[in-house]
Structure formats: C-alpha cells, structure tokens
Design a protein around this ligand. Sequence first.
Ligand code: SF4
Ligand code: SF4
Length: 446
Amino acid sequence: MNREEILNKIRQAGVVGAGGGGFPTFKKLEATVDHIIANGVECEPLLYKDREVMLQETDKLIAGLIIIKNITGASKVTIAIKKKNSDLIDILRPSADKYGIDIFLMENVYPAGDEYILVYDVTGKRIPPLGIPLQVGCVVGNVETFVNVTNAVNDIPVTEKYMTIAGAVKNPVTIKVPLGTSFGKCLEFAGGTTVDRFSILTGGVMMGSVVNDLSLSVSKTISGLIVLPDDHSIVVRKTTPAKVYNNIGHSACDQCSICTQLCPRYILGYPIQPHLVMRSLQMTGDEKERLSNWAQNCCECNVCSLFACPEKLDPKNICTDTKRKLRKENKGFSKTELESLFSDVHPVRDGREIPISFLYKRLGIKKYDRKADFIKTGPVNSVKIELKNIFGGDVAPCVNVGDVVTKGQIISQVNGNALATPFHSSIDGTVKEIVNNSIIITSNNS
Ligand code: SF4
Ligand code: SF4
C-alpha cells in the first residue's frame, strides 16, 4: 500500500484525534516529520482511559506508530507516559525495543499532556507561540488515535470509543462502547451514581464542560465522564455565568499575579499573563486592548482558576473569552511581537509544576480517587451518532429512516470538504430517526 492509499484509508475510516482535539489524522500526516510522539500522558485527574488503551491494545498501538513512522519518514518514535504508570514499561518494552521506539517517563504533574509542554519535555524544542508541533518537526497524537490508524489500514473504521466513567459512581470503570451510546447507558456500566442530584463533566475535571442531559451521546473525542454532586465547588464554578465571573473578577482581583506565576505556559516562556488579562477588566480603549493580548497563548488548562487563584476568581474563563474575541476580530500580538515576547524557560519551572496529588486535594476530589480498570460491557441496543466534526463541520447523512445498516457501514457523506471525515454505524440495526443531523440506530435484537 502506498502513502496516498494509507492516508485515504485513514480518512475514510473517520480517524480523528481521540484525545479531545478531534483534528483529522490524515491531514496531520500529510507532512514529512522527524519525530512521532504518542501521547499517553493523560494528565486529567480520575481518567484511566489512555492507560487502559495501552494495556488492552498494545500491539495495535505499536503497529499504528510504525505505519505513521513509515509514511511520514520520521526517524524517531516516542511513547510518553506518566511515572505513575511506569508499570506499563514492562508491557510496552518488548515491542518498543523491537521497533526502536523510545518510552519517555513524565513527572506526575498537571498539565503534562499539553502539546507544547509534551513536545518540550520529550524533545527539548519549543513550539513557537500559537504554532503547531509540525513547526519543530513533530507529530503528536493520542495513543488511541494510533490504535485507530492500525484499524483503519485493516479497513476497520472508528465505531467505538474508550472512556473512563468515574467520580460519584458506584464502580469507576474504563469501557469501550459504540459511538453514540448515551451518557445514561455509560453511567449504568459504572453501576449508577452514588448521589441523586449530580452533574457530569465531559472529558475531565480540569478542562471538561458540565452537562446534565443523560441522552447526550459518546463522540469520537470524549475521554470520560466524571460525575460530581450538583453542589460540588467545581460544578458551581464551571456553571457560573460569564457576567458574574467578569463582575467579580473586575472588583476582587488584587493583582497578586499568582495565576501568572503558576501558569504552565508562562513558566515555559510563552507570552501569556493571566493577571494582566484580569487587569484589562478595569481598563478601556487602547490599554484594554494591549492587556487583552496576553490571553492569546492560553491553553485553557484551568490551573489559574481551579488551583492558583487564592480569591477563587476565574482568570481561565476570562482568558478564554478574550482569546476567542481576539481571534474573531483578527487582533492580538503581531508575529514579531510574539517572537520578541517569547522568553527563556523560567528557571524555577520545575518547582512550579503542579503535582497531581496537590491537585486532587485542591479540587476536593480525593474521595473519588479510585482505579477505573477496564471492563467488557454488555450490549448497547440504541445509539445516537452526531454527524459533527470538530474540524470540517457537519457531514450529511447518506442513509434514510428504515434502512438496515451494519456495524462499520458509512452513514454520512464527506461533501468534499478538505477536513471532514465520515461517520459509520456503530452497531448492526435499523435507522429509526434522523434529527438535528444525528442518526438514531436501534439494534434489531432489542
Ligand atoms: S488556563 Fe490559565 S493557567 Fe492555563 S494556560 Fe490559560 S492562563 Fe495559563
Ligand atoms: S491569582 Fe487571582 S487575585 Fe491574583 S492576580 Fe490572578 S486572578 Fe487576580
């Protein structure tokens, strides 16, 4: 199989970044690179999804890395994992050694999985501000993405997702379920919740969003569902309206700058200073615009809001809102300014990284810190597959209500968009409904 054929198979199988990014993998691999990095770092608290992917799918992970190495011409391949998962070394080592793959152990700190941090720690190179790993010769992908690449080359499309169900549930678990499985069904696999009134954080405690709708369904990018009581401080903070956090930020920020001192991107030398963005709330005109630019390089890790700020203000959301506004209005630091503001790595960086154990305590989630081992689930008889690509937009259905479909069958067109990837049925069944660009399929055995 030549390179173009492999890239086409990866696209037609619907492979996108499985760690949350959702960028189409075929597009990422069109370049020639030096170094492939498999991101198995999984720094979000309570998640075990990447650990279990590496345990359950070791051979496919290694095979996917070799496929990508060959088509990109990379000379180096590294699997990055956290020290807390160092027991995986014995499992990965035999195949890794056979194919010349390095295993890199990262400290148990948050957010080690941020691409900028990961690339620096593994290679010593820094991605330019607002840049991508390719600019320093790297391709970074979640470990599950490489498993999906191996499947794609063997004509198996993306129809399933690994995810952890944790928090206030009876039995925290990691599962592999058909795409489109409802969140309600996922909670059943964890034995249900331990509290009556709860919210769900999709994807993680630090970077996830709060949802309350159990009919929402599993996508190609979700890493887990964390259940927390409705009145848990994280839920309260994440559901505070923008008007409220802006008003409080405006009046209560004392400019102590701890948010900046602990910002993982700042201590790596990037032009990001959340305390200056907070100061912009008190300004107008040119001064406000100038200070707002310090939000541009925010990776939305939430260290400033959920860990650093002693006043429990929300610099993360204020930086995120400001960053989006700058992007929409095509404003921000110029390329030359970004280059001149890109400083050396902070000399005390090592001392300022956030140990995961501190994070658990600070977030008030220590009591939920239980292993979430992989279990095989029972059948899923109904799925709702949302035809939404994070990049490339929605794709149109190519099946009709009443059609009988089989697992792996294409159910959506790509519409020629350069970035879009198709979707496939995740179970054998019949198309029951197509609504709001989602396809509901029920099993013929249900
Ligand atoms: S969320 Fe806060 S700590 Fe994280 S990168 Fe943005 S400003 Fe820095
Ligand atoms: S840590 Fe909090 S109070 Fe201090 S500058 Fe940042 S937002 Fe303001």
